[in-house]
Design a protein around this ligand. Structure first.
Ligand SMILES: NC(=O)c1ccc[n+]([C@@H]2O[C@H](COP(=O)([O-])OP(=O)(O)OC[C@H]3O[C@@H](n4cnc5c(N)ncnc54)[C@H](O)[C@@H]3O)[C@@H](O)[C@H]2O)c1
Length: 418
């Protein structure tokens, strides 16, 4: 039985733990959090009251004979924590996305884990969402021919959704501890991951972006677009784009965060639309007008994935189960440290493009350029702070109006526990 320890028992720990709770091969033996109340509440919720809590993660690592550690803390802590665990001989280290706040930190983690012979996983769960796995299978079978253009819109909605406390927001809105902005760098890692994986690419050539800070602390609404490298001169050019849209007046129940994702991929022979991810399984998913995957090709429209689990939690369960298998078999995890670093490079490019007001090349983002300060994400200047207050006021007002009109799901309930 593999012994597992969790460092950081905040919001996402509720989802990362699911794969371990149902595993026959791994067991959660200890958790660590500087906030003992949070850790205690989580263990209570998971039905693991007797599991040990450590305030100091180093003590947990030194005392428990762990095989796996899950690092679920703010981004600037990922590297020092992963490196400490690797040097202490823990054989499997899983780090929640993004891998780190800087490229320098990513490289340091990769180096230390390699030197210590440790398996390092960058935990990006969209890569394991059942509907996305099906879409990838269809794309690999040339359902739309050769993919040419990728488009993803992330919609930040009015909920109701899972509560995210101020404590979790605080380190995210600080560019130094986050590494970028809350939407593009933090949440965006998932979307950059899909932009590469679904399109069968390892990296992009160049990125251009436009980022607004309407709500002061959120890097949204924003539009980012890029070009994939051409493998052969005769290949048709391939492009992609990503949008973050704020719609605080949109009533949209979610079991998790107050957002959802919509993907459109155009190919040489057809088109694919992938509807929903984070809020998958909500009331929209249950309507026949909104199937998970729609494919148009040769004059025909087909739908796929209606038999698949659409609740987002399965992306976490699958990702954790995959990691346990990788540790048991000694195989590479999805993602490796190098792939995790690539996602951080991609996610930093839009900020540097915005700062320079020009397109940015992949090689512009590197640890060398962090040293010479030419690719440091800066805190945005001269922001109108009333934007944030207006945003929340609008969101609350709209929900009240919705409730008056008889809308259901007005408060968040975690359906998994029912
Ligand atoms: N995969 C996803 O969809 C997803 C969603 C949300 C967050 N995340 C990622 O998960 C990580 C954690 O995010 P979160 O939303 O749970 O944050 P959070 O702020 O809710 O939780 C972080 C926890 O770490 C604890 N912590 C801080 N310093 C610590 C230390 N030195 N030792 C031990 N514990 C410490 C805090 O007390 C807190 O409980 C981040 O990397 C974030 O980007 C991923």
């Amino acid at each position: 039985m593999l012994k597992v320890g969790i460092i950081g028992t905040g919001d996402i720990a509720n989802l990362n733990v699911l794969g371990y709770l149902r595993s026959q091969d791994a067991e959660l033996v200890a958790v660590s959090d500087t906030d003992i109340k949070t850790a205690g509440q989580k263990l209570e919720r998971w039905g693991l009251r007797t599991t040990k809590i450590y305030l100091d993660y180093k003590e947990m690592v030194n005392r428990e004979d762990l095989d796996i550690v899950e690092i679920l803390t703010p981004h600037h802590l990922h590297a020092p924590m992963a490196e400490y665990c690797a040097k202490a001989g823990i054989s499997g280290i899983s780090v929640q996305k993004p891998m780190a706040n800087t490229i320098t930190a990513c490289e340091s983690m990769i180096r230390v884990c390699k030197d210590e012979g440790v398996t390092l996983k960058l935990y990006e769960n969209f890569r394991f969402y059942p509907v996305y796995l099906k879409a990838k299978e269809l794309l690999d079978n040339e359902a739309i021919g050769e993919p040419l253009n990728f488009r993803i819109n992330t919609l930040g909605t009015g909920g109701p959704s899972m509560h995210v406390g101020l404590k979790s927001e605080k380190w995210r809105i600080n560019v130094d501890t986050c590494g970028g902005g809350t939407w593009i760098y933090d949440d965006g890692i998932h979307k950059f991951s899909m932009a590469l994986w679904l399109m069968g690419e390892e990296r992009v050539e160049k990125v251009y972006s436009w980022i607004d800070y309407f709500t002061t602390f959120m890097d949204s609404p924003s539009i980012i677009f890029w070009k994939y490298p051409n493998k052969n001169d005769s290949d048709p050019p391939k492009f992609g784009s990503m949008q973050f849209t704020l719609a605080p007046n949109l009533y949209y129940p979610s079991n998790y965060y107050n957002c959802d994702e919509f993907i459109e991929i155009s190919g040489t022979k057809g088109m694919m639309w992938i509807n929903q991810c984070t809020s998958g399984g909500n009331l929209i998913s249950k309507t026949p007008q909104y199937p998970p995957i729609v494919v148009y090709r040769d004059g025909e429209v087909n739908i796929y994935g209606e038999d698949l689990p659409r609740d987002w939690r399965y992306s976490f369960i699958n990702s954790t189960e995959h990691f346990i298998e990788a540790i048991k078999k000694g195989t590479d995890p999805i993602y490796t440290g190098e792939q995790g670093k690539n996602l951080c490079i991609f996610a930093k490019m839009p900020f540097i493009s915005q700062q320079r007001k020009e397109s940015v090349n992949w090689n512009d983002i590197s640890s060398e350029n962090e040293k010479n300060q030419s690719c440091i994400v800066e805190t945005p200047k001269d922001l109108d702070e009333s934007g944030m207050i207006k945003y929340y006021k609008r969101s609350r007002k709209d929900l009240k109006e919705g409730i008056k009109k008889g809308l259901e799901n007005k408060t968040f309930t975690y359906q998994y526990e029912h």
